[in-house]
Design a binder for this molecule. Sequence first.
Ligand code: FE2
Length: 318
Amino acid sequence: MYTSRRMFLGGLISSLFVSHSAVPVRGQGEAPALFTKKPEDFDPNLIVFLSDTHCNPKGLSYQRQRLQAVVAEILKLNPLPARVVIFGDFAYLNGRREDYVAASQTVKPLADAGIKLTIGMGNHDRREPFLEFYPDYAKTSPVPGRIVSVVETQHLDLIMLDSLQHEPSGKGIGGGLIDPEQRKWLALTLQNYKKPVFVSAHHSIKELKLDKLLVNTPQVAGFIHGHHHRWTKGWVKADWTNSRTLRTLCLPSTGHWGDIGYTLFRIRPDRAVAELRQSDFYFPHPLPKEKRPEDWDIHLEENRGQTCTFILPKGTAV
Ligand SMILES: [Fe+2]
């Protein structure tokens, strides 16, 4: 299922289709699922953010069980979110094909219900096996060779960058990178942006050295990322002579380690509010109740009810 989108690229207006459907190999050529939902069942201003799913394909691993539980919770939301965005590390550890078999099957009920899905690349992902399951990204990414998406909503857009870097051998590098080509595309795109826009990636704004560009671009409403597996609110400044700051938000992991949960992103004409739904904290893996360190519950308790509000830049709201 595709949705037509328009974006600016160096003054050039082109059509971009960014609604991606999982296309597992066995599913190629299958008739599209028959959605039983009606348009009024969806809230176009509600997006669910997932990150660091690390879908371990070994049986019903705890990572996969947690992701399944999150998918089931999302499907119980009324109204349903129009879209789910996954902020990378969709694969378990090394971006193997079997990781994407498990991960794509686990999130398939979302697409079956008519919820659009956007997936970004993390350092544990690999583009080639991912594209075998989600081939649309190769056609729609505005940066060739990278998996970049632009999600449009009525009041704001969200750009998902591709910060995955790995050695030619395919071996992973933990750190993220926005390559020169992608950086150039981003700068040109933001220059021409008319709507409030969020920029996002798997890695943090500082690690990607995007802070200067984004805080100096008035249309940018915030930066959202994963990788640290902790719900963390932050901000960056332009300089000491300027009152402009840019809010940042790091998302929890759905089930690997750290803060365990997901985030509801509610969009209003003048703001967007991220709401944490946290179900657990553990490191490096879950433990039975009698063995849980006390501070795991303190992390959980202190995060209860957390929100992060992003004010949409004035003068750019539509
Ligand atoms: Fe991760």
